[in-house]
Design a protein around this ligand. Sequence first.
Ligand SMILES: [Fe+2]
Ligand SMILES: [Fe+2]
Length: 167
Amino acid sequence: MHEMTNKDLTEAFAGESQAHMKYMIFSDVAAKEGKKNIARLFKAIACAEQIHATNHYRTMGEIKTTPENLQAGIDGEHYEVNEMYPAYLAVSKLQEEKDATRSFHGALEAEKIHEVMYSDAKKLADKGEDIDVGKIYICSVCGYTTTNQAPEKCPICGAPKSKFIGF
Ligand SMILES: [Fe+2]
Ligand SMILES: [Fe+2]
């Protein structure tokens, strides 16, 4: 592929991915305001942006086998845990940006768990097997991730059990 087209696809993928995420967030805001139709509009268009992102990503040749996709997940989480968030945390603390520090801290702690979960899944996926991870619980406040059952209190942000979402 020509370099410029590949760069354009990479940028379009990033833009569509962000648009998808923003629209999902805006949909939740509208739903909380009781504006069901606007919530639906944001969600539907978020779906279209996800399709655009998927098409761009596929065209870039980035969608591979599940073991390779798990490795991509491990690599991404590993980078966030060991380089990105520690650096961002240090800067936010230095600049006394408390909200940013809290946001980065929640992400860093969850990404550590994500890397382990992906690594465990990859060991079985490499043998062609699926992994029974049990029920997964996510803290809706900070993104803390755990399995089997939701804790009484989130160990990262202190949110109560009722704030956990099960998958
Ligand atoms: Fe993660
Ligand atoms: Fe939390």
